[in-house]
Design a protein around this ligand. Structure first.
Ligand code: AMP
Ligand code: ZN
Length: 99
């Protein structure tokens, strides 16, 4: 989707603070963080909802990898997993560290 902001981040057409990436997924800092280290993980390919992501199990394995990076970097008490997807119509998962 050419006008999708998260597709643009995935293609590095607009800047983001990248936390982690591989061939199929990218994690970056939320622009309006709810806490220090608030991170979004998206598939690089456009899907409207998390429910639509091909191989959703693999997606959530990657989400857990990013959660471990946040644990090491910020040492939160726990990391909240949040899935909304109302404001940006590209599948994404929020990781929100709590202190
Ligand atoms: P939601 O669709 O309700 O899950 O919320 C979308 C999230 O994306 C919000 O937390 C926004 O702060 C975040 N967001 C929107 N645009 C950007 C951007 N360009 N870079 C990083 N985060 C963004
Ligand atoms: Zn998109």
């Amino acid at each position: 989707m050419s006008d999708c902001i998260f597709c643009k981040i995935a293609k590095k057409e607009i800047p983001a603070e990248i936390v982690w990436e591989d061939e199929n997924f990218i994690a970056f800092s939320d622009i309006n963080p709810l806490s220090k280290g608030h991170t979004l993980i998206i598939p690089k390919k456009h899907f409207r909802w998390v429910w639509d992501v091909e191989n959703i199990g693999n997606y959530f394995e990657k989400v857990r990898e990013v959660k471990k990076i946040l644990d090491e970097k910020y040492q939160p008490v726990f990391v909240e997993l949040k899935v909304l997807g109302i404001d940006v119509p590209h599948a994404h998962v929020h990781l929100v560290p709590h202190y």
